[in-house]
Design a protein around this ligand. Structure first.
Ligand code: FAD
Length: 387
């Protein structure tokens, strides 16, 4: 599509950009950074960078724990992106000099009751059948790893390659890296794509992509809590913990600074109100799994809107009728883990590379007029209880 300039060429002056990116969330900023690093002149348009779903996201990088029945293609994409995360995190930290809370202790998946464990075991067997690293643990092994787990927890398994990052550190770091690479930030909303004048336009506006492109991207509400360990201490557990607790599905993400993220609901609605019932359910399940949470400060209860699609997989590639407009949206629950691979694949497309085979099931033209996937089920997310 475009040819990169030498990286030393001026890239932030106010001439026509090679690439206009709509949206300065993790997806738009990472794409902009990658394109600028390849010598392209890039402008990113957003009145409120980082204010979308990423501002509340937990930051789990969980292709294994999130591998669900009927979604092999999506799982393959998640795995491929997660494999890029160590190098991506190192490169970003090197470019900015700031940490992004990237942690590699792994994820424990647990079941509170016998029923919870039976449901979890069915999923672990499926994940193992895909060749993913899931190691069932005896209760004693579970407690050796995380003594703070409730004695009632019946069993668990370890997903050692499922890691985490802090999106509230990631997005500012991406912004800094992009700006250092010469990306211009334009602090205004884009009302119509025809208002932009650039060689290629990339629509990475999360839920805002629907109004700009007509693509079937819908908001999926997620309520999520933040707690803080008392006395400035770190949380009493190190792994990300994903648990089934009396049929409720929650995750707990510990941060080094004492924060614990406890999430999240999945609701087919577009408001961002926080409800007492959701907070109660999340807290009850969280405290059932880790009783010490009852002593933590509850510091935040918010809701965000995930950009969902009819098959819940992202839309990556040219619009059917506009080959100069690339969609990079619909990342739903996986936008943080999918940031590195999305940035690489879209930058390759911008620079005219042949489409990677990974992009084939993610094309923008896979949806018919009703939003149904044309010619097949696509990378479905059926049976996924997690947010
Ligand atoms: C409760 C919750 C928990 C989550 N947990 C995880 C997790 O653990 N792991 C994971 O991988 N993902 C998680 N996600 C999903 C993740 O947050 C999203 O997939 C990701 O943020 C999508 O990134 P994005 O850049 O496409 O969109 P967003 O982060 O939504 O950013 C979109 C940006 O576009 C801008 N914009 C919109 N319209 C316009 C316009 N017309 N003009 C200019 N700018 C515009 C907005 O201001 C915003 O800055 C979670 C989401 C929620 C809600």
């Amino acid at each position: 599509m475009l040819t990169g300039r030498s990286p030393s060429a001026p890239s932030s002056d106010r001439v026509r950009p090679d690439v206009a990116v709509v949206g300065a969330g993790p997806i738009g900023l990472a794409i902009a950074w990658r394109c600028a690093a390849r010598g392209l002149r890039v402008a990113v348009h957003d009145p409120a960078p980082g204010s979308g779903a990423s501002s509340v996201a937990a930051g789990m990088l969980s292709p294994v724990a999130e591998a669900y029945f009927g979604e092999r293609q999506l799982t393959a994409l998640l795995v491929a992106s997660a494999e890029r995360w160590p190098a991506f995190a190192a490169e970003l930290t090197e470019a900015t000099g700031v940490g992004i809370g990237y942690r590699t202790e792994g994820t424990l998946m647990v079941g509170l009751t016998g029923d919870d464990l039976a449901e979890a075991r069915r999923l672990w067997a499926y994940q193992q059948g895909l060749g993913l690293p899931v190691t069932p643990l005896r209760p004693s092994e579970l407690r050796d790893r995380e003594p703070a787990l409730a004695p009632r927890v019946r069993g668990g398994a370890l997903a050692p390659t499922d890691h985490q990052v802090d999106p509230r550190l990631l997005v500012p770091a991406l912004r800094t890296a992009a700006q250092r690479a010469g990306v211009a930030l334009v602090p205004q909303p884009v009302r119509r794509l025809s208002d932009l004048d650039a060689g290629v336009t990339v629509v990475a506006a999360g839920c805002g992509a629907a109004a700009l492109t007509g693509l079937p991207v819908r908001p999926v509400k997620g309520q999520i809590l933040r707690l803080r360990a008392p006395d400035g201490l770190a949380p009493g557990f190190r792994h990300v913990i994903r648990g089934y607790a009396d049929g409720e599905h929650v995750y707990l993400v510990p941060r080094a600074d004492g924060e614990v993220v406890l999430g999240a609901t999945v609701e087919e609605r577009s408001d961002t109100t926080v409800t007492a019932g959701a907070v109660q359910r999340l807290l009850r399940a969280g405290v059932d799994l880790l009783p010490e949470l009852a002593e933590y400060d509850l510091v935040e209860a918010v809701a965000g809107l995930r950009p969902g699609t009819p098959d819940n997989a992202p839309i990556l590639g040219p619009l059917p009728d506009r080959p100069d407009v690339l969609a990079a949206t619909g990342h739903h629950r996986h936008g943080i883990v999918l940031t590195p691979i999305t940035a690489d694949l879209i930058a390759d497309l911008v620079l005219g590379g042949g489409p990677d085979p990974l992009l084939t099931p993610l094309r923008a033209d896979r949806f018919g007029p009703t939003g149904a996937v044309v010619g097949g089920p696509g990378p479905t997310m059926e049976g996924n209880p997690w947010s």
